[in-house]
Design a protein around this ligand. Structure first.
Ligand SMILES: Nc1ncnc2c1ncn2[C@@H]1O[C@H](COP(=O)(O)OP(=O)(O)OP(=O)(O)O)[C@@H](O)[C@H]1O
Length: 550
């Protein structure tokens, strides 16, 4: 039901909160930061550091925190009296406390660290807080920050109930909350219900709007933030999200494909595709998504160190790097300094590969990324959307490639049910373009991928590389174990598609350059298992003995 909000004194009016859904790379950050800066610079009396925080932006990852802070810094450079700042996990608490004591007008934060300061930094002034923005709102909840967010809202007095209490006390709180994501769906209902009252939906399920009005970021006439209550804006009930469609909008210019690869040849195929990409265009920026931190470390080592002889097999002295570009890695187990270096380093390179977990999937705006490779499947369709959204931003071209094993092809149907459809990548063509044993490429008979001379020779090099050093072998083994664990962790309907039972673990090992399948459990655990098995074997005999004991 669509309602018109009447202009209703008595004052204080509460500016409507917003739920904003717009495709990746359409400029949501500026859409909320620019009005905040605009309204703050107009404020009389002038904003002062002693007034504390006016706007709070909550983000799910440290990298996104740095990115939003960078944009805020650029926006306020003419208004020196507005001070942006950030607090986030991994940073020095004492320094953050000192900055909060001085006063931060626009604060960007990750939920855990913000809650920490709300509980322990007495000098943190937030009595003038006017806006709370949840950027990537659905992800904040999915990452398990739900409780932290509830506690934060409680502290800030911004839970719906708390607001009413404050109103009763006669305090004129004119606070506006905003939830944004490219994939807002019913999952944010809990957050919406505790933090928003009569929210205005922007860009949500606009196909369904009876009025036919499209209210997306691009063509909306409704400003994301207002200093006053608005008349004539579309408003719906809080429970609208329960009926919101899970269809996701992707940039129209994004080319989306999948490549069907048998498990054992996955890594050789990944390397071949990367080589072909960088041969086609020397300046490339590629992001590769993997499922675990250990897997990122291993693949980073392979992509940055693997050497190879392009001539005949015995021509080993002519070895050169298989890929000559810079390779960065990013995941949550890295030291904060290394994380920062990778994030800033990949952002500033013209040609490079970033190997990452989903820590890079949300909101990051690396310039000129042309290619996204999802080497490990993302799981939920919403994660697919955010990963591919790192390319084709703000109208630029971009391509995305999803790796699937033949047993996983049903995942395409799952994506299709969310309005995402992919076409097959012509990998055979790429394969035929490579020379084998120094011979020029020519049209070859179609043979199975695993038996293709290029793939076989690349696989031998990989296995040699992994076996070459104990440290690399350990990286491969750890990556293998974590990968299998992650594969078992798919949830809900996806468990029926990504079934660990269907995997051939020997082939999985091959995809980590291992000739043999490592044990999935530690040595001590193995000994315990063996003991238990032996005990089990003995048990029937023991049971049989029991009656005679009586
Ligand atoms: N009006 C504009 N004109 C040109 N470029 C813009 C405009 N607004 C934003 N941009 C640029 O578009 C890019 C994407 O913006 P942003 O990161 O805010 O997208 P987003 O919608 O938040 O994406 P995601 O959903 O992935 O987080 C940024 O590089 C930003 O500088």
């Amino acid at each position: 039901m669509l309602l018109r909000r009447p202009r209703t004194p008595p004052y204080p009016l509460r500016p409507p909160s917003r739920l904003v859904k717009a495709a990746t790379g359409t400029g949501k950050t500026l859409a909320y930061l620019a009005p905040i800066v605009h309204l703050l610079q107009m404020r009389e009396p002038r904003v002062d550091r002693t007034h504390g925080t006016f706007a709070l932006v909550l983000v799910p990852t440290r990298e996104l925190c740095l990115q939003v802070y960078g944009i805020a810094q650029q926006l306020v450079h003419r208004f020196h009296w507005i001070v942006p700042g950030y607090v986030m996990g991994g940073e020095n608490r004492a320094k953050e406390k000192a900055r909060l004591r001085k006063g931060i007008s626009i604060l960007i934060a990750t939920p855990g660290r913000l809650l920490d300061h709300l509980q322990h930094t007495a000098s943190f002034v937030y009595s003038n807080l006017r806006w709370i923005v949840f950027d990537e709102a659905d992800s904040i909840l999915e990452l398990g920050f739900g409780k932290a967010v509830e506690d934060i809202l409680e502290h800030l007095g911004s839970r719906n109930g708390a607001l009413d209490q404050n109103k009763n006390k006669g305090e004129h709180i004119r606070r506006q909350n905003l939830l944004l994501s490219a994939t807002l769906n019913e999952k944010v209902n809990r957050l919406a219900k505790i933090s928003l009252k009569n929210p205005v939906m922007i860009g949500l399920d606009d196909q369904k709007k009876p009025s036919g009005k499209s209210n997306t970021l691009g063509n909306s006439h409704t400003s994301l933030l207002s200093d006053d209550d608005e008349d004539g804006i579309l408003e719906k009930q809080n429970d609208i999200l329960e009926h919101a469609v899970d269809d996701f909008k992707l940039p129209a210019q994004l080319v989306q494909r999948y490549v069907k690869v048998s498990c054992g040849s996955r890594l050789a195929v990944l390397l071949s595709i990367l080589k072909s990409l960088f041969e086609r265009q020397i300046s490339q920026k590629v992001v590769i998504f993997l499922s675990t931190c250990d897997s990122v470390d291993f693949h980073h080592a392979v992509l940055s160190q693997l050497e190879w002889s392009s001539g005949p097999q015995l021509d080993m002295d002519k070895k050169q790097k298989f890929l000559s570009c810079k390779v960065f890695r990013l995941h949550g187990n890295m030291e904060q300094d290394d994380r920062k270096k990778s994030f800033l380093g990949f952002g500033s390179e013209k040609s490079a590969i970033l190997v990452s977990t989903d820590v890079a999937a949300r909101g990051l705006d690396f310039p000129k990324v042309k290619y996204i490779i999802q080497y490990d499947s993302p799981g939920e369709a919403s994660e697919y959307v955010h990963r591919v959204g790192r390319t084709a931003r703000i109208g630029e071209k971009g391509e995305a490639l999803l790796f699937l094993q033949p047993i996983e092809l049903d995942y395409l149907k799952d994506l299709e049910s969310h309005g995402v459809s992919l076409t097959e990548y012509p990998f055979q063509k790429v394969l035929d373009s490579f020379p084998v044993n120094g011979q020029k490429p020519h049209k070859r008979k179609i043979i199975s991928l695993d038996m293709h001379p290029w793939i076989m020779s690349l696989q031998r090099s990989l296995e040699g590389f992994v076996a070459g050093e104990d440290a690399t072998k350990k990286l491969a083994r750890d990556a293998f174990c974590s990968w299998v664990r992650a594969y078992t962790a798919h949830r809900g309907e996806l468990k029926k598609i990504f079934m660990v039972k269907k995997l051939h673990l020997g082939h999985v090992a091959r995809s980590f350059g291992l000739k043999e399948q490592p044990s999935l459990v530690g040595r001590s655990h193995q000994v315990q298992l063996k003991k238990r098995k032996e005990q089990k074997r003995e048990q029937p005999a023991k049971r049989r003995k029991l009656p005679s004991k009586k």
